[in-house]
Design a protein around this ligand. Sequence first.
Ligand SMILES: Nc1ncnc2c1ncn2[C@@H]1O[C@H](COP(=O)(O)OP(=O)(O)OP(=O)(O)O)[C@@H](O)[C@H]1O
Ligand SMILES: [Mg+2]
Length: 254
Amino acid sequence: MSLPQFKEQTPKDPIEEERERLEKIVRGIPLRIGVHAGKGGVGKTFIATQLAMAMAAEGKRVGLIDADVDCPNIPEALGLEAEMRVAENGQLLPVEHGGVLIVSTGFMQKRGEPLIIRGPIKHRLLTDFVEKVEWGELDVLVFDFPPGTSDVPLSAMQVASLTGLLLVSTPARSAIADFERAAGMAKRLSVPVYGAVENMAGEVFGQGTVEKACEQLGIRYLTSIPLSAAIREKADQGEIALPEDNKNALLSAF
Ligand SMILES: Nc1ncnc2c1ncn2[C@@H]1O[C@H](COP(=O)(O)OP(=O)(O)OP(=O)(O)O)[C@@H](O)[C@H]1O
Ligand SMILES: [Mg+2]
């Protein structure tokens, strides 16, 4: 008679456990895109929402996560007044607009109510947005990043093992400096860059500097979107507002 065999049990590292859990969820989504700039106010939310709606119009199943968890702008950017509800199984139900499934803390907080939280709680929220939302089957998951090159952009890259980034910059000098930092972050963390978009081009901020920066950085330059009241007004109504050539150039990156 032999004695029962006891295997030595080492407790799993909780970070590694979380990574494995999330990996199982996201690996079924072929495209996981972060819209990144470094700089604030250059049109990340505008591009993320326009890209998501344009992809949905092409028949893709698209999810959109507002990763700007303490100052979420997607609801206002699309003119949406909605609340996220909780399903019977406890999962969050995304808000649907233009064929895109959207989650945002803006759908959870009252207007004017601030979320005053530190990095680890933001990380937790992003994790929940990936694993505690009733996404169904997705072809694409887009993350609308907040400004900066730490905290949330870093967490988003981790929780969704992003397949790549779409970079956005205005032609202005300060935006280009942050754009270079965002590109540097992608390089340092070995996250591919699908391409870069110049936004708000024209008389006010100039034109052509993003293309130049892309040449220097070895990044695929996609298109230059003009600063235009007509584009903003249409976008504010939650519609696809990008001129056809800009839209096609953007879609060609994926
Ligand atoms: N090409 C454009 N023409 C006109 N208005 C634009 C254009 N792109 C963006 N905007 C407007 O500029 C404002 C800032 O854009 P947006 O909120 O998308 O920037 P952001 O980079 O997401 O900002 P934040 O860093 O605060 O998240 C918005 O009101 C948006 O509608
Ligand atoms: Mg934004």
